[in-house]
Design a protein. Structure first.
Lengths: 303, 164
């Protein structure tokens, strides 16, 4: 620890280092406010000059000034945030979708196995998460619990061969603090989907569901839908009624993404859609994708 | 080329815009000039006196190059880091932000990736609506002879962002 800082509490140290930083910053004010630490700041800067081996006869050349300012910033950073609070700050930012993409940790949910059977590897998904376009979603209606924080990522893949084989890789994840839990991913082909007016990853998902989605009803709402994002839907009073009723034909395979929680007589839905997987697999095979035999149904459900 | 009498220009990093938008209710503190590129102005116009350290286009080029090179010791970026850290302390002391918010600012300032968070943005500010709030920077505090201004409470709706 620097001698000037010894015997002072954290708050005093933060104020002292702030006052030292202030010496280097442009200010429009004619007379800069004198801090309570003028002599301590002088002592601190002398000490840092010595530590950084800035010659005594260097009256702050631009190089010396930069070195000294970097040292002040380094000290400030160390004192303002310990490892515990740094971890907590990162987690909060992550949950709100305010972390830079490269700072999320990536994990895969078991449901990602469905995407792997359709030729999408973990590295494909990771590439989209790190290098793709992203959209972090948070509900306006449910107060944003961790289970309802979704992120969508897209990465364009241009085919070197047939133009019709170019697609957008769409990756869906749940945010849990600074972790992205990848739940599924889809190849969305330009030639099969209407992507002419899409502006963001959510538009891509909507276009994809519009083509391959199956209809369903939720709770007491009789309306048939293909896609729900962040809605609160009343539950039926009759306990026998299905919470989610999918309108698929007998034996028709689907892959569903359902994320909701039930409380106080309502379903707080983060996202619901179900893909007609046979129809989608048929299109994938036309593009030369090797689709492994698909299990009966894959349902990614979080209640 | 002349100054555009109706506009003011300021160059700031994306992180500054983000912090002021997120933690200061979208109220921005800016240091601005009448010309985007004083070097391109006729020699005897007033705005032509703004030196490189205050000239928006020179600040933009300096930051852009620093980001391209990943130069974390660029003087302007270091100044910005020091300024945000100092402000995180000052705002917390003044109870204008919470401890959590202060921590988040410190996290972002010290961990945000260079390419995305330190990239420069240009603020284009229509002068009319802010005329009454312009504070002329005292000559002794200006980097050169040209006029420079401070706006302490520029609202997010009062300027456009350009990222060439």
């Amino acid at each position: 620890m620097l001698k000037t800082l010894e015997g002072r509490n954290k708050s005093e140290i933060a104020s002292l280092l702030s006052a030292a930083a202030d010496r280097f910053l442009p200010s429009p004010d004619e007379s800069r406010e004198k801090s309570d630490f003028e002599s301590a700041v002088e002592s601190l800067l002398r000490e840092l000059r010595g530590k950084e081996k800035i010659p005594a006869d260097d009256a702050l050349s631009s190089r010396a000034r930069t070195t000294l300012l970097a040292a002040v910033v380094q000290e400030l950073r160390g004192w303002l945030l310990d490892q515990q609070r740094l971890t907590e700050a990162k987690a909060r930012l992550g949950q709100r979708g305010e972390l830079p993409p490269t700072q999320y940790r990536i994990q895969f949910e078991p449901s990602f196995g469905g995407a792997q059977r359709r030729g999408i590897t973990r590295s494909h998904a990771e590439d989209a998460l790190i290098n793709g376009q992203f959209q972090h979603l948070l509900p306006d209606i449910t107060g944003g619990g961790s289970s309802s924080a979704l992120s969508l990522y897209t990465k364009q893949h241009q085919s070197a061969g047939r133009a019709s084989d170019s697609f957008v890789l769409l990756v869906q994840a749940k945010r849990s603090n600074d972790v992205q839990l990848v739940t599924t991913a889809w190849r969305v082909y330009y030639s099969d989907n209407d992507l002419t007016n899409v502006a963001d990853p959510l538009d891509v998902l909507r276009a994809f569901v519009d083509r391959y989605g199956l209809t369903f009803t939720v709770g007491a709402d009789p309306q048939e839908r293909k896609f729900i994002l962040y809605e609160t839907i009343p539950l039926p009073k009759d306990a026998q009624t299905d919470l989610l009723k999918l309108h698929n034909k007998a034996g028709q395979k689907f892959e569903a993404s359902n994320l909701f929680r039930v409380r106080d007589g309502v379903a707080e839905v983060a996202i619901v859609y179900a893909i007609d997987i046979d129809r989608y697999a048929e299109d994938l095979r036309k593009h030369g994708v090797n689709v492994e035999p698909l299990p009966a149904n894959i349902v990614s459900v979080t209640r | 080329m002349a100054t555009s009498a109706g506009l003011l220009y300021s160059t700031n990093v994306f992180l500054k815009h983000h912090i002021q938008q997120r933690y200061r209710k979208d109220v921005h503190y800016v240091w601005c000039s009448e010309a985007f590129d004083s070097g391109a102005l006729a020699r005897y116009t007033v705005g032509a006196g703004v030196p490189p350290t205050s000239n928006p286009v020179d600040i933009y080029r300096d930051l852009k190059e620093a980001v391209r090179r990943g130069d974390s010791h660029n003087a302007k970026i270091l100044e910005q880091k020091a300024s945000f850290l100092r402000l995180a302390v000052a705002w917390l002391d003044a109870r204008e932000i919470s401890q959590d918010e202060s921590d988040e600012i410190v996290y972002l300032v010290t961990n945000a990736p260079f390419i995305t968070y330190w990239r420069p943005l240009i603020y284009v500010i229509p002068r009319g609506p802010v005329e009454g709030r312009l504070e002329r920077v005292p000559a002794a505090r200006c980097a050169g002879l040209g006029p420079e201004y401070i706006i302490r409470d520029l609202k997010g709706t009062e300027f456009d962002l350009i990222e060439p």
